[in-house]
Design a protein around this ligand. Sequence first.
Ligand SMILES: *[C@@H]1O[C@H](CO)[C@@H](O)[C@H](O)[C@H]1NC(C)=O
Ligand SMILES: *[C@@H]1O[C@H](CO)[C@@H](O)[C@H](O)[C@H]1NC(C)=O
Length: 395
Amino acid sequence: MKLLAAGILFIIGVYLVQARNVQSSGKTIYCYFESWTVYRPGNGKFDIEDIDPTLCTHVAFTFLGIQENGSISILDPWESDSDGLNGFQRFVNLKNQNPNLKVIVSMGGWNEMSEKYSEVVADATKRTVLKNEVLAFIQAHKFDGFDFDWEYPARRDSENPEDKQNFVLMLRELKAAFEPHGYILSAAVNGAKRNIDVSYDVPSLSEILDHINVMSYDFHGEFDDYVGHHTLLYSSAIDAEYNNSDWNINDGINYWLELGADPSKINLGIATYARTFTLEDASNTALYAPIKGGGTPGPYTRMDGVLGYNEICELYPNVADIYDADQKVYHKIVGDQWIGYENVASITTKVNYALSKNLGGFMVWSFDTDDFLGICGGGRYPLINAIKTTLATKN
Ligand SMILES: *[C@@H]1O[C@H](CO)[C@@H](O)[C@H](O)[C@H]1NC(C)=O
Ligand SMILES: *[C@@H]1O[C@H](CO)[C@@H](O)[C@H](O)[C@H]1NC(C)=O
């Protein structure tokens, strides 16, 4: 009996130490929930109750959409609304388990494209519609804030150069509406040096936003016609040969800082998913090797060119990691499949990097592709936990 009590006390103690470490590190761990993952099969099915509410300081529900008239669009009413699976409410309820947790709702994402956002922010009446609807939405559902993930101002299907300043107007109006309530305002932004000038007025964004979530991933992928790692921290000599010596996380973060971003507002993007390739010739596995296309889809994410860490560790538990000492990231090669991904070691490197730059913290895309079930032997959420444990050692 005494032994049992001691065991329970020990477990509570460990839990408190972990909880305190995230708090006292003072660093943000801002994690995104992809609401469509509730439809994945088998071990890939991820629902709100799979979120560990003590893992992150902030959690964001993705995504709300926008309509051309400035109104909010509920992209998946069945998953989100109270007459369906009630996702918004269940997400906000995570606060019941961790009152310090900040729950955010995020608008935008890749599939929303850019043009509707461009039209709304260019029109004062539509901006007011959006501001009023967002405020009413977060009040009605009791969120703590709003995240703007427009991909991207003045790019893709909007090439309006005024998007950059109109985005600032939109964010200023949201901020003014939020301030009396203390709501959080963040944005997810591009992390590649060459894409920053066209989309972002960095000093204004840094002044207005509480968090700048830099999407420091997707540098390479099946959208290229060659192999590359999507989360390379630095470039290597071969990148220079291809005029890509600035096409990496470090050059992107440095450029945000150089243009005047407050480092304490920057959250470094951490991807729990891989970008994968099918090699044209399985014997040429080098960076920039020609590809046939994206890698074979995984059983859960079911997309060409993408695999979750959970899929990789289930499918290929015994395939060695190959380290690129220049780019400071790992990949695996399985036949003609080239898999560029993050593991505990490369995430630890990125945490130390962020600390060396005095960044505010980390944004994680996303919960569902970490080994959230703990199937692969590293416990639940080994990647997101690697952020926490590395921070804890610095206290
Ligand atoms: C915008 O359009 C939608 C769909 O037609 C409509 O339901 C909504 O009320 C409109 N919003 C405003 C502010 O007029
Ligand atoms: C790199 O840039 C130089 C100068 O513009 C150009 O001559 C060369 O072809 C480029 N290399 C590649 C691989 O694109």
